[in-house]
Design a protein around this ligand. Structure first.
Ligand code: IPE
Ligand code: IPE
Ligand code: MG
Length: 228
């Protein structure tokens, strides 16, 4: 059975999960954070080498400030709790996203977790926070200019090397939970030839067995990359 090297997940449906129970949205985000832990374990056990999770987009700042504040507080708490948990599981942490616009405390916790897990290599956990693919691509283009590249030197490799995901292999399997059928500005470049797996399951319910179903579906796919 072929195991995807890089799995990316748009973790969606926390708010609806809470609403179905008559609870405030933040309770859905809290349960969603528990799912992250479960999926990290299941992904590493399955032999996945790169796991990218979309936690907060450049567009999510449009949400009410109360929800944004609660999400940032929950994120900071989890980043700190992850230090011993990721170390125990041999998982390296990497933030993908813009630094500008992030609260300084969040940035400090992201950097601290990266530093605390830098020597680990069982799996790399890329967390997309303040991430938007269009901003990433525009930033990479600007970096090409800042680096003094001649127009003929700007090719796919030059751009890829200046993305926040430089050195990260392309996405093999892209999962979105909660029944939405869109990409929402996530890894547009990196997922050019990714297989899609869309499920109605809401993110708080997407635990290990659901990931294994997605991996089984992936193993049945025939990938062509434009060839025959
Ligand atoms: C995903 O769940 C988490 C974030 C985008 C931060 P949502 O908060 O988008 O939940 P729904 O889509 O409203 O159910
Ligand atoms: C995408 O979910 C962003 C994350 C999961 C972090 P959204 O809930 O923000 O996406 P839309 O608004 O439904 O496209
Ligand atoms: Mg949503």
């Amino acid at each position: 059975m072929s195991v995807p090297n890089h799995v990316a997940i748009i973790m969606d449906g926390n708010g609806r999960w809470a609403a179905q129970r008559g609870w405030p949205r933040i309770k859905g985000h809290k349960e969603g954070a528990r799912t992250v832990e479960d999926i990290l374990e299941a992904a590493a056990d399955a032999g996945i080498r790169h796991l990218s999770l979309y936690a907060f987009s450049t567009e999510n700042w449009k949400r009410p400030s109360l929800e944004v504040g609660a999400l940032m507080a929950l994120l900071r708490m989890n980043l700190r709790m992850f230090i011993p948990k990721l170390r125990a599981r041999g998982i390296r942490f990497h933030h993908v996203g813009a630094v500008e616009g992030l609260p300084t405390g969040v940035l400090k916790d992201l950097r601290a977790l990266e530093a605390a897990t830098a020597d680990l290599d069982r799996m790399t956990f890329h967390l997309a926070v303040n991430y938007g693919s269009r901003l990433e691509l525009a930033t990479a283009a600007r970096r090409c200019v800042e680096d003094g590249l001649a127009p003929e030197a700007i090719d796919e490799a030059a751009l890829a090397a200046r993305l926040w995901t430089a050195d990260v292999p392309d996405v093999d399997l892209l999962i979105r939970t909660s029944g939405e059928l869109r990409i929402s500005n996530f890894l547009l470049w990196q997922a050019a030839y990714a297989e899609f797996y869309l499920t109605e399951t809401l993110w708080p319910d997407f635990k290990g067995p659901r990931l294994r179903e997605a991996l089984d579906a992936y193993a049945q796919r025939e990938r062509r990359f434009g060839g025959l």
